[in-house]
Design a binder for this molecule. Sequence first.
Ligand code: 13P
Length: 236
Amino acid sequence: MARQLVIGNWKMHGSVGQIRTVLPELVRAELGANVGVCVPFPYLALAKSLLADTPVQLGAQDVCEFHIGAYTGEVSPAMLADVGCEMVIIGHSERRRYFNETSEMAARKVNAALDGGLLPVYCVGETLEQRQKGVAREIISEELQVLAGVPTSLYTVAYEPAWAVGTGIVATPDQIAEMHDFIKQTLDARTRVLYGGSVKADNAATVLATDGVDGVLVGGAALSATEFLNICRHAR
Ligand code: 13P
């Protein structure tokens, strides 16, 4: 079995100073290629220079669906690859919620990322209301349509229930195992599925030991080198 992935999503946090403090600590820990960090656009080149000569992967948190042109404010897949990114998060619940991103947009971004040679880390997940209504599987199944026809080895899925993101409430092992199984049944048994939502050093062992978990997507806890390294240590 491939090593479990641990990917940090810095979201809109950090500064030159913080990147210069945290990343060298990750480098000193001699992490493997199963670890990745997705920092804000302005810090990607700096992050790449600090991670040079290490297998740690670099990623962005969004990408434009277009390849080039007059799209003020956007960043293309080729630009991400040019500064050394290997992966990009697409369809995060915060992009869906605050920036009205739809699965149709995410589908175009996934294709653009693949054309640019990047690994899409495609996020799916239900809100609390959808879970309570019993429609979580329908929502996720719709979101997974984005990946129809894409060979499973070319992407990673992150199951991030919106009610667990940034709330301190981590889904239970049963909830995680059930949804990861559903995602693998819907796509392909070999699909890599990460869990995201309030993963911290003190619950990482439990989450990473859960059936069907191929890694974790870590938000807040990725901003502290100590916390993030403690999560990485639990990857099997
Ligand atoms: P938290 O770990 O802060 O809950 O965020 C999870 C997440 O959204 C990762 O993409």
